[in-house]
Design a protein around this ligand. Structure first.
Ligand code: MLT
Ligand code: MN
Ligand code: ZN
Length: 302
């Protein structure tokens, strides 16, 4: 079968929605269970080509519950099993990598696709990969920003490109190219999907790449440039945190509106009012035909 399938496993950014210690407008509404709200887990998805094996893309701290959103056929044989034949990381941020530790019971070494930058961070600075050698072990396959890698056994290729050079806050060595990557996945049937949960800046290269994709899943972290400060939650701006906001004339929504490609926003921060159905921000996205991802959403390109 020729298709590319993606299942969104976590549509929120780090912290999830609601975030444990947050009393912002959106977290309060989601916690209360208001109409038009739903809880969301942290940033992750699963992808496969045709009826091939699933690849877990980003290992969030919610991975143990996200596994339960996957088809259960693999459980029929009993014993131990997993719906994922490998893991790919777009960066070494805490929300995207800490789930690796929760996969330690794997009966085989984890097949891990990551850049040397992310692998280095998880070996030298926050040594999850090193720690796992005492459990299942890790079989690292290098991804390179600026190149295409065949994901052996998955029927997929991954064209990787830098979308952010800001290192995670725990990292002592500087960031740079390859720190956060976006990926254009290409299936055996030629379908393409570009995933970039971090966009530090828009560029012509990014516009061209997204315009050439059948489907794009992009950074929807913040609506407003000063969203956290506006909620009384500190002083860091969206751009300080390495995310172009959705709103505004030079925001991501305006960029997506100029593309003729189906667009879904992912990695949505708990403060972002697009998480409230009926909000002005959500209506603005809907008017542009941009979808807000939710957990469990299955997208298929045929
Ligand atoms: C980000 O997406 O900017 C990071 O994951 C933020 C964080 O969790 O520290
Ligand atoms: Mn993040
Ligand atoms: Zn909140």
């Amino acid at each position: 079968m020729s298709s590319l399938q993606v299942r969104i496993l976590g549509s929120a950014a780090g912290g999830g929605s609601p975030q444990w210690n947050c009393n912002c407008t959106v977290c309060t509404a989601v916690r209360r269970g208001d109409a038009g709200t739903r809880p969301r887990m942290q940033s992750s998805l699963a992808i496969r080509s045709g009826d091939g094996p699933w690849l877990l893309v980003n290992a969030s701290p919610d991975v143990h519950r996200q596994v339960e959103l996957m088809p259960a056929e693999h459980r029929e044989a009993g014993g131990r099993s997993t719906p994922f034949a490998g893991v790919l990381l777009t960066d070494a941020e805490i929300d995207h990598a800490s789930g690796l530790l929760l996969l330690r019971e794997s009966t085989e070494p984890l097949q891990l696709f990551a850049t040397a930058q992310a692998h280095g961070a998880l070996t030298d600075e926050w040594p999850l990969v090193t720690m796992l050698s005492d459990w299942c072990g890790v079989d690292w396959r290098e991804l390179r920003a600026g190149s295409s890698t065949r994901l052996d056994g998955f029927g997929l290729t991954a064209d990787c490109f830098t979308t952010g050079e800001d290192a995670p806050r725990y990292q002592r060595s500087p960031g740079g190219p390859g720190t956060s990557i976006g990926i254009t996945f290409r299936s055996a049937g030629g379908q393409t999907l570009t995933y970039c949960p971090t966009i530090e800046a828009w560029s012509d290269e990014l516009r061209t790449r997204l315009a050439a994709s059948d489907l794009v899943l992009v950074d929807g972290t913040f609506w407003g440039a000063t969203e956290l400060a506006d909620e009384g939650l500190g002083t860091r701006s969206a751009r300080d945190m390495g995310h172009v906001p959705l709103g505004g004339d030079d925001g991501t929504a305006a960029e997506l509106a100029r593309l003729d490609t189906r667009a879904v926003v992912v990695h949505v921060n708990n403060t972002n009012r697009i998480l409230l159905e009926g909000s002005a921000e959500r209506a603005a996205l809907e008017a542009l035909d941009i979808t807000v991802a939710h957990d469990g959403l299955l997208l298929e390109i045929t």
